[in-house]
Design a protein around this ligand. Structure first.
Ligand code: XUL
Ligand code: CO
Length: 435
């Protein structure tokens, strides 16, 4: 095991009264909640790109991060050291999963085949570390947005040459994910969108994207990849208008192109808020379609209009999110990936531990609170009452056995409806008693 974090042994659960900043106050992996352990409910994952690779640069200055594993001049030596640091970090944190882009794990080479070779070498290295530590791959993905060749998109590129490059790259990223036992494969449409309609054929680009996904479905079958395909919605950034705007947009796209059976959604909190939704709204829309696959847990800043990818420490958001996850029956093969980065000024390696501990504790606490709310039943009882008339008079409508005429008959018999209060404040007050 590498030794990039010598001041940390293993993060353990010490409970609410602990003053140890390197201990969990709420996340107790073996604690049972509604008949399942916290670890089974939450399925946390570390995001390789932020936690290991992010250097803290911004438009006003270069990187600030103190990262010893970055101090190798040869790109493959650096990649191996980064991978060693990743497995040390994830082991010490006590998390079971990680997620990566192909280009996080291995550097891009001077040619396509050199890039593939780099990736293959790093897959062997990571497979070895997975075996030694028991850490698993939640999902893999391809970075189809950083290299300048993808300036006009990947699957939606106006140039078939770039489309083909992206498809060939995904082929290898998918194989790498399969080789490492990845439980899911994610598509985030990095630059799949447009800046101006003056140079864009929107319908053509969407047709291309559907063809791209369809070839991926075929390839998964060909290589026997049985993990879940996930699409991650995001409304903007980098492009002004991303095609994968939000859950509803993606579900419609998948239906239109007859791809719906092959995909679920990976919902990210900060992407939801950029789309003008709450995290829980996006989770609920996905779950309503039976398509809640996984989550990228983070948060934005309501005062900033971009993807700040902060660690998720907002307890209310965690409670609302966990209510939806529990109601949906869990995340299946998905999990909670910390697609979050420490602030530029939090540059010490130890800050990575503080950040993840805080996020894990917030979701563990959110899980317990949501479970208590569900067990109490006050929300469900209220909703049961609120929709009661649909079990009575409305049942025939829902069964498709009614008409405008029968509705008119109903009004003739029952007259003017009595409108009840929605009781939002009353419900919020009860919810607060659980927090
Ligand atoms: C970008 C984002 C990505 C995806 C994976 O906003 O969330 O990191 O999660 O490509
Ligand atoms: Co994400």
């Amino acid at each position: 095991m590498a030794d990039y974090f010598p001041e940390v042994t293993k993060i353990i659960f010490e409970g609410r009264d602990s003053k140890n900043p390197l201990a969990f106050k709420w996340y107790n992996p073996t604690q049972s909640v509604l008949g399942k352990s916290m670890e089974e409910h939450l399925r946390f994952a570390v995001a390789y790109w932020h936690t290991l690779k992010n250097q803290g640069g911004d438009p006003f200055g270069e990187g600030t991060m103190d990262r010893a594993w970055n101090g190798f001049s040869d790109p493959m030596d650096r990649a191996r050291a980064t991978c060693d640091a990743a497995f040390e970090f994830v082991s010490k944190l006590g998390v079971s999963y990680y997620c990566f882009h192909d280009r996080d794990l291995a550097p891009e080479g001077a040619s396509f085949s050199e890039s593939c070779d780099n990736l293959e070498q790093m897959v062997t290295h990571a497979a070895d570390l997975q075996k030694q530590t028991g850490i698993k791959l939640l999902w893999g993905t391809a970075n189809l947005f950083s290299n300048p060749r993808y300036a006009h998109g990947a699957g939606t590129n106006p140039d078939f040459h770039v489309f083909a490059y992206a498809a060939a790259q995904v082929k290898h990223a998918m194989s790498a994910t399969r080789e490492l036992g990845g439980e899911n494969y994610v598509f985030w449409g990095g630059r799949e969108g447009y800046e101006t309609l003056l140079n864009t054929r929107l319908k053509q680009e969407q047709d291309q994207m559907a063809a791209f996904f369809s070839m991926c479905v075929d390839y998964a079958k060909e290589i026997g990849f049985t993990g879940q395909f996930l699409i991650e919605p995001k409304p903007k950034e980098p492009t002004k208008h991303q095609y994968d705007f939000d859950s509803a947009t993606i579900l419609n796209f998948l239906q239109t192109y007859d791809l719906i059976d092959h995909f679920k959604l990976n919902i990210e909190a900060n992407h939801a808020t950029l789309a003008g939704h709450t995290f829980e709204h996006e989770l609920t829309v996905a779950a309503a379609a039976g398509k809640l696959g996984s989550m990228d847990v983070n948060r934005g800043d309501p005062l900033l209009g971009w993807d700040t990818d902060q660690f998720p420490t907002d307890l209310y958001s965690a409670v609302y999110a966990m209510l939806e996850v529990l109601s949906a029956g869990g995340l299946g093969s998905g999990g909670m990936n910390f697609d979050a980065k420490v602030r530029r000024a939090s540059f010490e390696p130890i800050d990575l531990f503080y950040a993840h501990i805080g996020g894990m504790d917030a979701f563990a606490r959110g899980l317990v609170i949501a479970a208590n709310i569900i067990e109490d039943g006050f929300l469900e009882d209220f909703k049961e009452q609120r929709y009661q008339s649909w079990a009575d008079g409305g049942a025939a409508v829902l069964a498709g056995q009614s008409s405008l005429d029968t509705c008119e008959e109903y009004i003739k018999t029952h007259g003017e409806p009595v409108v009840p209060s929605g009781r939002q404040e009353y419900l919020e007050n009860i919810l607060n008693t659980f927090i």
